[in-house]
Design a protein around this ligand. Structure first.
Ligand SMILES: Nc1ncnc2c1ncn2[C@@H]1O[C@H](COP(=O)(O)OP(=O)(O)OP(=O)(O)O)[C@@H](O)[C@H]1O
Ligand SMILES: [Mg+2]
Length: 401
């Protein structure tokens, strides 16, 4: 009996030894499985981190501004282009309400809210946004729910700044307008001046033959009107190709023009200078450039009707495109007045010859100025609203201009 028990015990002992060993093997297996899972997890997490960093880098290198907003239009994410557009770092902007970062953007905010409520995309072209410090930016924008949830909880907002494209389009339009009006004026001038010469010559001959000196009054009228018409056509044609090219300082030109305008007596009009003294000389014809700046400044003075302020601001623009040509450096002169502005329906026409909004104006000043600046490879453009009219003269720097 004792023997049988001891044998049984012996077996039990062996049995428990076996189970222990088996348990150990399972534990070991479990351990290695956990370690493997942890390793895979770690690797996956590492890869996910790398992937996330790569995605972040890609989103940050987009030229389009990307923002994510929550239901209350608070910022949850913005890429580098969005930070540049808002002039705000994501760290500072996080959880700030988008409407608080813009001025007078109610229709835009309404569009975003509608997008959130309906789940339908919201698209806006050439949307004018006003940021603090009166910084105006034009964007094309698209908003859509980030994930397909009902109702959408996050909004993906994409914004592309289009001021540059609009400016190029506007400048190309001004140049095309100028070239076609120049061609028209040249043909018209040719057609007017030829018969006019004959008319004037015939009137002179007639005058000599007239028996009664009293009748000379009539030939005098013919000759006087023919001269007036020829002068008008000559003004419309503007100066011929500039020839006296030299290095000229834009500031000397502006100062000469100021002296001329101030000599005309406008004591209640203040002219302030805001110069960038580092602007290199322009390669051009000083006399003609004076004429161009004078025409623009005189218009500003006339618009102020005796009282107001004008600012003359000079700056350098780098890598600037005028028409289809890109220039390394361009001198920029802004003539800014706080007068009543140009009515919107006239703004598109003021560079055409014979277009005037003044009772005594011939409407040639701006067309001549545009022609002169064009001959220097540059351009004049205008932006106007009541209280602020800006005429911008752009002149390429260097002899290539
Ligand atoms: N700074 C300005 N503010 C408001 N209106 C302006 C300004 N500059 C130009 N204009 C408008 O543009 C029109 C065209 O100007 P432009 O210089 O070509 O002709 P003008 O001044 O009428 O005549 P002129 O041939 O004697 O210069 C002006 O008549 C005026 O209505
Ligand atoms: Mg004028």
């Amino acid at each position: 009996m004792r023997n049988r028990r001891s044998i049984a015990n012996a077996y039990r002992g062996k049995g428990s030894e076996c189970t222990e060993r088996a348990r150990g093997r399972v534990r070991l297996k479990r351990l290695s499985l956990t370690a493997t899972v942890a390793l895979i997890d770690q690797n996956l997490r590492g890869e996910a981190n790398v992937l996330r960093d790569d995605c972040r880098r890609v989103v940050d290198s987009l030229s389009i501004a990307v923002l994510v907003l929550d239901r209350r239009l608070r910022l949850l994410f913005m890429n580098a282009a969005a930070e540049a557009l808002f002039e705000l770092s994501f760290r500072k902007a996080y959880k700030l309400g988008l409407p608080d970062l813009l001025i007078g953007a109610e229709p835009f905010v309404k569009g975003l809210r509608h997008c959130l409520a309906s789940g339908h995309p919201y698209i806006e072209r050439e949307l004018q946004l006003l940021f603090p410090a009166e910084r105006a930016v034009t964007v094309d924008c698209t908003a859509a729910p980030l994930l397909e949830r009902d109702p959408p909880s996050e909004l993906l907002l994409e914004m592309r700044q289009v001021d540059w494209r609009l400016r190029i389009n506007r400048e190309e339009h001004i140049l095309a307008q100028h070239h076609s009006s120049r061609a028209l004026v040249r043909n018209l001038a040719h057609e007017i001046k030829n018969p006019l010469g004959g008319l004037r010559g015939a009137a002179q001959l007639l005058e000599r033959e007239l028996p009664d000196p009293a009748l000379r009054e009539y030939t005098g009228i013919i000759i006087g009107e023919a001269d007036r018409l020829r002068n008008l056509v000559d003004r419309m044609l503007g100066p011929n190709q500039p020839h006296a090219y030299d290095e000229v300082s834009i500031h000397e030109i502006v100062e000469r023009v100021c002296a001329l305008v101030e000599a005309e007596g406008t004591p209640e009009i203040r002219i302030d200078r805001d110069y960038d003294p580092s602007i290199p000389p322009v390669w051009g014809d000083a006399d003609r450039l004076i004429q161009a700046v004078l025409n623009v400044l005189r218009n500003a003075v006339q618009a102020l009707d005796g009282r107001g302020a004008i600012v003359l601001r000079t700056r350098v623009q780098r890598q600037y495109t005028i028409g289809a040509k890109r220039h390394k450096l361009v001198a920029r002169l802004d003539v800014i007045d706080d007068g009543p502005g140009i009515p919107p329906d006239q703004q598109d026409q003021i560079f055409y010859p014979m277009i005037s909004g003044r009772p005594n104006g011939t409407g040639l000043g701006l067309s001549i100025a545009q022609n002169i600046v064009n001959q220097h490879g540059g351009l004049i453009e205008c932006a106007s609203r009541p209280g602020e009219t800006v005429f911008t003269l752009l002149l390429p720097l260097g002899k290539t201009g």
